[in-house]
Design a protein around this ligand. Structure first.
Ligand SMILES: NC(=O)C1=CN([C@@H]2O[C@H](COP(=O)(O)OP(=O)(O)OC[C@H]3O[C@@H](n4cnc5c(N)ncnc54)[C@H](OP(=O)(O)O)[C@@H]3O)[C@@H](O)[C@H]2O)C=CC1
Ligand SMILES: CC(=O)N[C@@H](CCC(=O)OP(=O)(O)O)C(=O)O
Length: 317
């Protein structure tokens, strides 16, 4: 145990995103795991489930009221939607104010919380210690639309396909390998949470049609954008280069990226830029790993900024 390291607790650490966060923390020079919670794995050694972690820590199952007493400097909530507020209220009631990063959708519409999509909102952070981590598809959508936002003639239309790890570990049709075999499963074709989230944070309406596919991890979003004036492909690409050319975790490609290439990678890829002949329609393709840039890696960027270390600490870039 190193005194100078910040202590981090992960609530909901059995899940896919919790496991990825444990891996990132295990490689972190300035963080040490102080607790990882799971009801199902209570008492079991963490290294038995996450090989990258080396230490003696075991999963525990504290009640939410007990979390403030565990004295972490940083708390990540990796719980299903609707479960974060009990934990947040427990910290408020105890007068404890650690950095809290919520991976769920629960605070993405709350102005008291900083919405942490660093490549787009880095400049808006005012030292908030309550950080709402964006949704996976919502990240891909916003990265795809933002550079063209001022020149749109109509709401962007986004066709999304995710690997089934996006549906978490609670059994459902969307993470049932039998039902997904040879299938592409449409769901929430209007009004998906990430449609609302991306619309809110872009400040323009977007339309989003999600699907889940038989692969485990990685998502692709193909976005159709109608433009108010004719643009050349070079101009479109230049806008994306200007927005992301210096970003370590958003790579702008010429070709449309393939989802098969993004599993296990920490960055997002954006490319394609297929133009209609009149230059007033462009199709952009974005891929990212829903568990990494869509969740754990983005959370780690946000944590790093909040604790004042390099934004990319522990993230392979
Ligand atoms: N999967 C993804 O691609 C992404 C997920 N997210 C969001 O991140 C959060 C975590 O996702 P993910 O890791 O996939 O989820 P999982 O379903 O894989 O894991 C959820 C975790 O919460 C615990 N849990 C489940 N139900 C409850 C409950 N009722 N009360 C307390 N704990 C509970 C589980 O452990 P145990 O049951 O053992 O206590 C588990 O550790 C979700 O809000 C999700 O929407 C965000 C972006 C991408
Ligand atoms: C395939 C699949 O089911 N994906 C999830 C998105 C995962 C995610 O980012 O969820 P939150 O917004 O809840 O954090 C969904 O569509 O709800």
């Amino acid at each position: 145990m190193t005194a100078s390291k910040k202590r981090i607790g992960i609530v909901g650490a059995r899940g896919h995103t919790g496991a990825e966060l444990i891996r990132l923390v295990a490689a972190h020079p300035a963080l040490e795991l102080t607790y990882v919670s799971s009801r199902e794995l209570d008492g079991q050694r963490v290294d038995a489930h996450v090989a990258e972690y080396h230490g003696d820590l075991c999963y525990s199952s504290p009640a939410h009221e007990a979390l403030p007493g565990l004295d972490a400097d940083v708390v990540v909530l990796a719980l299903p939607n609707g479960k974060a507020s009990l934990c947040v209220e427990a910290f408020n009631a105890a007068g404890k104010d650690p950095v809290i990063v919520d991976l769920s959708a629960d605070y993405r519409f709350d102005n008291q919380w900083y919405y942490g999509l660093p490549e787009l909102t880095r400049g808006k952070w005012r030292g908030e210690k309550r950080i709402s981590n964006p949704g996976c598809y919502a990240t891909a959508i916003q990265l795809s639309v933002a550079p063209l936002k001022d020149v749109l003639a109509a709401p962007p239309v986004c066709f999304g396909v995710s690997g089934y790890s996006g549906a978490g570990t609670t059994p459902s049709d969307k993470n049932n390998p039998e039902k997904l075999r040879d299938n592409l499963m449409p769901y929430a074709l209007t009004g998906h949470m990430h449609e609302k989230e991306a619309s809110r944070h872009l400040g323009i309406p977007v339309e989003f049609m999600p699907h889940v596919a038989p692969h485990f991890r990685g998502l692709t979003v193909t976005t159709n954008l109608y433009l108010a004036r004719s643009l050349k492909r070079d101009e479109v690409q230049a806008r994306f280069q200007h927005a992301y050319g210096s970003e370590k975790l958003v790579h702008v490609l010429d070709e449309a990226p393939w989802v098969s290439q993004i599993a296990g990678k920490h960055h997002a890829e954006i490319g394609g830029f297929a133009m209609s002949t009149d230059g007033k329609r462009v199709v952009v393709v974005a891929t990212l790993d829903n568990l990494l840039k869509g969740a754990a890696t983005q959370a780690m960027q946000n944590i790093n900024r909040a604790i004042g270390v390099d934004e990319y600490a522990s993230i392979p870039v």
